[in-house]
Design a protein around this ligand. Structure first.
Ligand SMILES: [Ca+2]
Length: 415
């Protein structure tokens, strides 16, 4: 089961029941559940600590918000990306009641099924302040595909995109409507990392994630400022398969199913990737250059039985740092390694959640190995909270978006 079937189950439950902080706090204080009983706990740690969710921007009606992109220009503007195709500019005043439309792609036939299609990412060029460039990942129909494009801000108005400046970098075939992924980030090396799902349906029917001549089921790494041959971008020469025949040189790692939540740790530069599972296991990977993360031979730490052919004998699969079973959730939403200041005990922990169960966790690692994992938020019974994505502000403090359109700040429960 994955996001398709979950959507059908929950289609009637998306209405807007509001959950106030006062409803959430007492419930949280009663709940103290540790997961992963087999993981040793180190002394003096924060394994029983919890967070609370505080709704922000409640004065603005948002439709399917999936990220806040903050331009590196000290302008105090938050760009809310809505999967429906609009990007709204809000001030970093969380009580704000007015938004300005930066761009609107909603008339571009983005989605036949808007559950996983649509506008999925906005990433600002590291030199945005100087060049006004930014990048979008969005889906298109007939033929079904993902488009990664460069745009510029209007020269006349910094709060308006110039849509006619579009320069398409890449179009990726998407045989089905689901598993578009679309997480993009500029790494510490200023290259653009693009996560692409396996093409969709179920079981990866065309075995694309293990096929090194297609982009589906991969994380790609490109140089938006360069040009390689006739391509609209450059391929960094230190990409793992650079120069290898029969392999797309853009590939950074492979064997992904539907990465949802792909982020760099702002302190260490490590790339974390949550990969949505299919039948049994949700997983979190710490990405290594050239790594094969297993799908569709493996799901989490396990052989995926519906792939009948055995893998090639020389296959080396990288197992996730963490997996969890259906009892804990059915669709992982990846988050961030927390590097903010407001929640000292969460410093350096990786925060993530599950879309279907509404649970949030914090995972601790050392040298790439899990040392602890604990629940930091359990959805109250009367809540509609379903974490669709996380974002971080300019200070490393975290937001989480819910499927019902609400935006929350993540705060310590003891402030
Ligand atoms: Ca995997």
């Amino acid at each position: 089961m994955d996001k398709i079937s979950i959507m059908n189950q929950s289609a009637g439950t998306r209405s807007s029941q509001r959950n106030t902080l006062s409803q959430i706090v007492p419930l949280l204080s009663m709940i103290c559940i540790l997961s992963d009983q087999g993981v040793p706990e180190s002394k003096g740690d924060s394994h029983d600590r919890k967070i609370v969710l505080k709704e922000v921007y409640s004065g603005i009606e948002l439709k399917r918000p999936i990220m806040i992109a903050i331009p590196p220009d000290e302008s105090n503007r938050y760009f809310f990306v809505q999967q429906t195709g609009e990007v709204l500019i809000l001030p970093n005043d969380r009580e704000a009641t007015e938004a300005e439309t930066f761009l609107d792609l909603s008339n571009r036939n983005l989605a036949k099924n808007d559950f996983e299609e649509g506008l999925l990412n906005l990433s600002f060029h590291p030199s945005f302040k100087q060049n006004g460039k930014f990048y979008l990942y969005y889906s298109q129909q007939a033929p079904k595909r993902s488009v990664i494009s460069e745009f510029r801000v209007s020269e006349a108005n910094p709060n308006q995109a110039n849509l006619s400046s579009e320069r398409i970098l890449m179009e990726i075939r998407q045989p089905f409507w689901n598993h578009n992924s679309g997480n993009m980030s500029f790494g510490p090396d200023n290259y653009l990392y693009i996560a692409v799902g396996d093409g969709g349906n179920a079981n990866d029917p065309h075995n694309l994630a293990q096929n090194l001549f297609v982009f589906n089921g991969k994380i790609l790494r490109i140089d938006v400022d360069g040009r390689s041959g006739s391509l609209a971008y450059g391929i960094p020469k230190d990409n793992p398969f650079y120069g290898r025949e029969g392999i797309r040189h853009e590939i950074w790692c492979y064997g992904m199913r539907n990465p949802w939540g792909t982020h760099f740790d702002s302190k260490t530069g490590q790339l974390w990737c949550a990969d949505v599972g299919q039948n049994l296991w949700e997983e979190i990977d710490i990405i290594q250059k050239g790594g094969n993360y297993g799908w569709n031979y493996r799901e989490g730490n396990h052989r995926f039985d519906l792939r009948k052919q055995p893998p090639p004998e020389d296959s080396e699969f990288l197992d996730p740092i963490h997996e969890y079973p259906r009892e804990d959730g059915k669709s992982i939403t990846g988050g961030f390694v927390y590097r903010g200041n407001k929640i000292p005990w969460m410093q350096g922990l990786y925060l993530y959640g599950d879309w279907s169960s509404g649970t949030l966790w914090a995972l601790k690692q050392k040298d790439g190995e899990k040392v602890a994992n604990h629940i930091i938020h359990t959805r109250p019974k009367d809540s509609q909270f379903q974490p669709t994505a996380f974002s971080q502000d300019e200070n490393g403090e975290l937001f989480v978006f819910s499927w019902d359109g609400k935006t929350y700040e993540i705060l310590d429960d003891q402030i």
